[in-house]
Ligand binder design. Structure first.
Ligand SMILES: Nc1ncnc2c1ncn2[C@@H]1O[C@H](COP(=O)(O)OP(=O)(O)OP(=O)(O)O)[C@@H](O)[C@H]1O
Length: 241
């Protein structure tokens, strides 16, 4: 058994298929997509526009259930087709952190308040939340921006706060959809490196959907989607065999 196999799984999908519409308008957006992400592993998901990446990410994120197939998070079967085995909303809040293309920070809350609110919604007292939020902002190198509104932060700083918010509740999984699309190459790379650091240090499984091929060396594993089909990227497949 390789090192990779012996680590416990953060996420596993088995045979995810998503069909939109029916009859003449039927679109098979994702077909039999299977992926394993171990704790501490950071995975890139590449693919051309319309290949099914968002469909996959929203299924794993328990936002848009698949038509068939299973989503496992930390050894727990959470979704099987449209059947859910848990309260998805609270499970999502506890186990999954999201980072989007734009940071989606709440514009009228400061950086620290944006992180705190995720903690308070999950039951932390305001004091506990403030302490953890400060710790995370410090870890992500934006502690000095804690009392700034998002509009006063650069794009890269906003994404750092968004990563802090995603990490707030110790999620098993972080899902990021084109998190560097609005950043230049250098800042984009820094954010990708941050995901790798976070995955390795927190034992979180991270999936990053990206079109950005410049920072692929940062990832442990790279998958590609095309026409709804997913597989290890050709260079990975070669190195595995
Ligand atoms: N709600 C929907 N209803 C019908 N078809 C949809 C819906 N959402 C996505 N699709 C179709 O499913 C396919 C996959 O779309 P998806 O958004 O998952 O691709 P993507 O790889 O994320 O694309 P992009 O990189 O442009 O975001 C596309 O053909 C798209 O038109």
């Amino acid at each position: 058994m390789s090192d990779r196999d012996s680590r416990s799984l953060a996420i596993e999908t088995r045979g995810l298929t998503k069909i939109y519409g029916s009859g003449n308008t039927e679109i098979v957006a994702m077909k039999d997509a299977s992926m394993k992400v171990h704790r501490g592993e950071v995975v890139a998901l590449l693919g051309p526009s319309g290949s099914g990446k968002s469909t996959f990410l929203t299924a794993v994120g328990l936002i848009n259930p698949p038509t068939s197939g299973q989503v496992w998070i930390r050894d727990q079967l959470v979704l099987e087709g449209e059947i859910s085995y848990t309260n998805l909303r609270s499970f999502r809040r506890q186990h999954i952190g999201f980072v989007f293309q734009k940071s989606n920070l709440i514009p009228f809350l400061t950086a620290i308040e944006n992180v705190q609110i995720a903690l308070e919604l999950n039951g932390a007292t305001s004091r506990q939340a403030r302490r953890r939020a400060l710790h995370l902002l410090d870890e992500l190198g934006v502690e000095d921006r804690a009392s700034n509104l998002p509009s006063m932060l650069s794009g890269g700083q906003q994404q750092r706060v968004a990563v802090a918010r995603a990490l707030a509740n110790h999620p098993s999984v972080i899902l990021a959809d084109e998190p560097t699309a609005a950043l230049d190459g250098h800042r984009g790379r820094q954010v990708m490196e941050l995901f790798a650091k976070v995955a390795h240090e927190h034992g979180t499984g991270v999936i990053v959907v990206t079109h950005d091929h410049r920072a692929l060396d940062v990832f442990d594993t790279t998958y590609e989607m095309e026409d709804g089909l997913m597989g290890l990227s050709s260079s990975e497949a070669t190195s595995v065999t």
